[in-house]
Write a protein that binds this ligand. Sequence first.
Ligand SMILES: Cc1cc2nc3c(=O)[nH]c(=O)nc-3n(C[C@H](O)[C@H](O)[C@H](O)COP(=O)(O)OP(=O)(O)OC[C@H]3O[C@@H](n4cnc5c(N)ncnc54)[C@H](O)[C@@H]3O)c2cc1C
Length: 395
Amino acid sequence: MDFEYSAEQEAYRMELRNWLEANLPEDLKTDDNHSMVPSSPEEFKKRQAFQKKLAQARWIGIWWPREYGGRGAGIIEQTIYDEEYDRARAPRMTNHPPINQWGPTVIQWGTDAQKKRLLAPMLSGEETWCQGYSEPNAGSDIAALQTRAVDKGDYFEVTGQKIWTSAAQFADWIYMLVRTDPAAPKHKGISCMYVNMHSPGVEVRPLIEMTGTHHFNEVFFDNVQVPKEHLVGPLNEGWRVAMTTLNYERAISGGAGHLNQIKRLIELAGTVTVDGRPAMEDEYVRQQLAQLRIEYEALRLTGLRALTRQIKGLPPGPELSMLKTVGCSLVLGITRFTTELLGSYGIMNQAYGPVPDAHQLLSIVLGVRGITIAGGTTEISRNIIGERTLGLPKG
Ligand SMILES: Cc1cc2nc3c(=O)[nH]c(=O)nc-3n(C[C@H](O)[C@H](O)[C@H](O)COP(=O)(O)OP(=O)(O)OC[C@H]3O[C@@H](n4cnc5c(N)ncnc54)[C@H](O)[C@@H]3O)c2cc1C
């Protein structure tokens, strides 16, 4: 493969870089790229306003068709976009997962009326979405879900509970999986639909993480009336629709902003001390930083190998399955070394001496385990690699 970008692609990169420099508000810059969910309604509004600007300039939905408000560009442009977005330390939008997973699902499975109604406001951030797949007894085994939708003639009546629903507190819509045929085998009686979060009978209850943040929620549905035209894909074939969403979700999971975090660690090694000397003078510290940088480079190149296959029109190879597990392992390594390097500064939940961003670092350290669970756990990803890539027998 060719690692060089063309002059045209470099020009596109500079156009985006300049746009972000001119338009990204200083107070939205962050190294915590894992968190799509703003910490307060005020921050939500700020991110929403920035998303509107991105959409007006067509700097969001890079590979979405132009007719739905996207840029209509290719996957190389998307890769350059991701690099520049991280470089600028721009925050993830609350609609980031829906735009990358649910939008493409609507484009593939939705009716023309659904595409016309749903896609543009999702991209501009005018309407916020959340994902209602997981339930208390259906996570890795999502097909065990129990929330039911009963056909009432003109509408469906939805009753049940979802859990771990990220950003439900800000959402106008939820796309969800429901059981529409309880008598069918478990993968066959599921349908996919979207529900207005402001409907009577929908209740959102917060779940507070150990970071102290309100990232996800429980969502309860009590005889909620849902118009029939909110069904996406054929009735009882929601499993196929869900696979489209989940494939996009796995492709973008595994953490982001690794390079920024490693760069921050390198800076910190210059300011904090080990045995009274700058940490960077310690051989172990230098080796750890070099190791993380090497692992980042290997991950980046693996990502480019996956990209090359895509550009050549080949089916996804082993690289794609590896990206999530290796990305998670790198991010765990970064946070493990962050706590080692910071020592007691690592438990400060406020700006302190040589570590003015101690509170943000603590939040990343405490929140990182979620990345190994969201979008399918590491164990499930390893099962997929073992069974589908290596052809090992089912465990
Ligand atoms: C930060 C975060 C955000 C999330 N956001 C959303 C959201 O917006 N919407 C949504 O629907 N869901 C969301 N989730 C839920 C997530 O998809 C589930 O937590 C995940 O699929 C795992 O399901 P579970 O929690 O029920 O764990 P379980 O499936 O009960 O798994 C428990 C443990 O058993 C292991 N295990 C299970 N089955 C196997 C197996 N066959 N082989 C080996 N090990 C196995 C798992 O790896 C795990 O360690 C989010 C989760 C997190 C952490």
